[in-house]
Design a protein around this ligand. Structure first.
Ligand code: BGC
Length: 269
């Protein structure tokens, strides 16, 4: 894998790339030959460490602090990326947060925070990337496509989630945002796809795996019998960003160990 450079000479921007899935994706894109903008909103040192890992593959890496829910910060970030790297070929809309609450106690603040980062953030970053893809068009020596966008969704774009209505709503929204962009922009040779991770071992869901009891309960939801790792998602992202998936448009790739296969029905129903 490390000698295969399907993203050579391409420029990628990964949001929320300082930890978890975003970190894994940013490093894998660098390993696949891309220069990478490592976006983050907090954790300067962690973002710098991700950039260092990417540079070890001989690629360029920039760190850029920006809140993806803010239009001005997103547009400034893309402006810098294009001026320093020349263009952007790949956007991975990864930044996402959870602010869980029973429904009756859900505050407007928690609702707006999650919709703002997870959904509006993907809209704003996609719009900025698409403007650049349309300006530049296809460069055949670089990629068959004028640009690729990967929207990080979740199994919760399909599975309702009690106590997490804001999060599940944001992920359901991402599904149709992704599909609508894919339909509108495919004629311009822009490919938009999604990845729906299941339970991946990252800080966002630490309480679901950091004790033996919690992990045992979690594994009852995963037919494949193990928690996912950021690398499981990163390999899917490299493929969706590369010309190896050139005919894949508007699809959500579930990378979930079978979590969406209704495991409760294996012994019931
Ligand atoms: C959530 C995790 C959760 C997983 C499976 C993800 O989208 O962020 O907290 O463990 O879905 O339920």
């Amino acid at each position: 894998m490390s000698d295969y450079k399907p993203l050579a000479h391409q420029k990628a921007l990964v949001t929320g790339a300082n930890s978890g899935i975003g970190e894994g994706v940013a490093i894998a894109l660098g390993q696949a030959g891309a220069d990478v903008v490592v976006n983050y909103v907090e954790g300067d040192d962690a973002a710098a460490a991700v950039a260092d890992r990417i540079r070890q593959f001989g690629c360029n890496a920039l760190v850029h602090k920006a809140d993806v829910s803010r239009e001005d910060e997103v547009d400034d970030m893309f402006g810098r990326a294009v001026s320093e790297l020349g263009t952007i070929d790949i956007l991975v809309n990864n930044a996402g947060i959870q602010r869980d609450s029973d429904f009756a106690d859900m505050t407007v603040e928690k609702w707006n925070q999650v919709i703002g980062v997870n959904l509006t953030g993907q809209f704003l970053c996609s719009r900025a990337a698409i403007r650049e893809f349309l300006r530049r068009g296809v460069v055949p020596s670089i990629s068959h496509a004028a640009g690729k966008i990967i929207c990080m969704s979740s199994v919760h774009q399909a599975i309702p989630w009690a106590g997490h209505a804001n999060y599940a709503t944001s992920k359901g929204g991402i599904k149709l945002l992704m599909e609508s962009m894919a339909q509108e922009l495919a004629p311009k040779r822009i490919r938009v796809n999604g990845i729906a991770p299941g339970a991946i071992q990252t800080p966002i869901n630490a309480s679901a795996w950091n004790t033996p009891d919690a992990l045992k309960r979690l594994l009852t939801l995963i037919p494949y019998g193990r928690i996912g790792l950021p690398e499981d998602i990163a390999r899917a992202a490299v493929w969706l960003a590369s010309d190896d998936s050139d005919y894949v448009v508007g699809t959500t790739l579930f990378v979930d160990g079978g979590m969406t296969l209704y495991p409760g029905f294996s012994t019931n129903g």
